[in-house]
Design a protein around this ligand. Structure first.
Ligand SMILES: [Zn+2]
Length: 321
């Protein structure tokens, strides 16, 4: 914007809660702002964009543009893209620039993506498209090539901590914990600050993890049976368990290497220190590899029960090292 060269379409890439929508909305504000330093956040257009009431700024996603049979949408349909195209051909209603934000662009049907392609190939003046996605590899290459690609990077932990303490008044230990747990994803930290159930769930998962590590094979296989059943309903929740395991074992590695100040689970440092004494560095590294391999195999649709049983069998045995 400073250089006066805003593209007509951006592809913003990053995991959930990474700031894609925030950035897209701030860009929409900046392009329509009436303040001296856009986006000022306080002028009428800026406030309208923030509250979703600006006539020239539209968000298209699974929850927008109600469909005829009232079923929840599972993809962004061609009807939504057509409606957006029609609207983009009209001049701005109240602002200077029309901004269309496609939230979850990877969820566009093939028809919808092809239809959008025509608009991206012949951009109109004063219209900006922002496509938000967690995974650009599933978008048609033709669509990606018509957009300016912006990959959002995780924020460094100290920066998350500062941003979080500016926005929420939490105890400093909790601010630090959330800043570590979010892995550079400020949106998640803010969500967890407002909703205690996220930290409660984590506490339950850690409790279970400790039981499983200390348990015998029978207890471990019971847990696998539970997870495998869960997997058919909700894959993401099993991936969440694996992510937590990965964090835990990475922490053990860091503690073992004498870098306790960089661990994620800062509230469990004493347990980690004690546990790390029972394993060699090679054992910890090997198990980290096993967790990563299990995650990849699940993604490739391997049998979840088998994958998780193999993972349980590779939990290293504790010895006095
Ligand atoms: Zn403004």
């Amino acid at each position: 914007m400073e250089r006066g060269s805003v593209a007509h379409a951006y592809l913003l890439i990053g995991p959930p809660h990474f700031g894609k929508m925030t950035l897209a909305l701030e860009l929409a504000q900046a392009l329509n702002c009436e303040g001296a330093q856009p986006p000022c956040g306080s002028c009428d257009p800026c406030q309208k964009v923030a509250s979703g009431k600006h006539a020239d700024v539209q968000v298209i996603g699974l929850s927008s543009g109600g469909n005829s049979n009232n079923k929840p949408r599972t993809e962004i349909g061609i009807d939504q893209v057509r409606e957006m195209q029609h609207s983009s051909s009209l001049p701005p209603f109240e602002g200077r620039c029309k901004v269309f934000i496609i939230d979850g662009a990877e969820l566009m049907s093939n028809e919808a993506a092809n239809c959008l392609l025509k608009t991206l190939e012949e951009p109109s003046e004063g219209v900006l498209f922002n496509l938000l996605t967690a995974n650009d590899s599933v978008l048609p290459a033709t669509v990606v090539s018509r957009c300016h690609r912006l990959e959002l990077r995780p924020l460094p932990t100290p920066q998350v901590e500062t941003a979080l303490s500016e926005r929420r008044s939490l105890e400093s230990a909790k601010t630090e914990l959330l800043a570590r747990l979010c892995h550079g994803c400020l949106g998640w930290a803010l969500l967890a600050a407002d909703d205690d159930s996220l930290l409660q769930r984590r506490a339950q998962l850690i409790e279970r993890l400790l039981e499983v590590i200390r348990g015998n094979n029978e207890e471990r296989f019971d847990y696998v049976a539970q997870l495998a059943a869960q997997f058919s309903q909700n894959r993401a929740s099993v991936q969440e368990v694996l992510d937590l395991w990965l964090d835990w074992w990475r922490d053990l590695l860091l503690v073992k290497l004498g870098s306790s100040d960089t661990i994620t689970n800062v509230d469990h440092e004493a347990v980690l220190v004690e546990m790390s004494r029972g394993y060699s560095l090679a054992q910890i590294r090997a198990f980290i590899n096993s967790i990563q391999a299990a995650g990849e195999q699940l993604e490739q649709n391997a049998n979840p029960r088998l994958v998780l049983e193999v993972l349980m069998l590779s939990i290293p045995g504790r010895s006095a090292v």
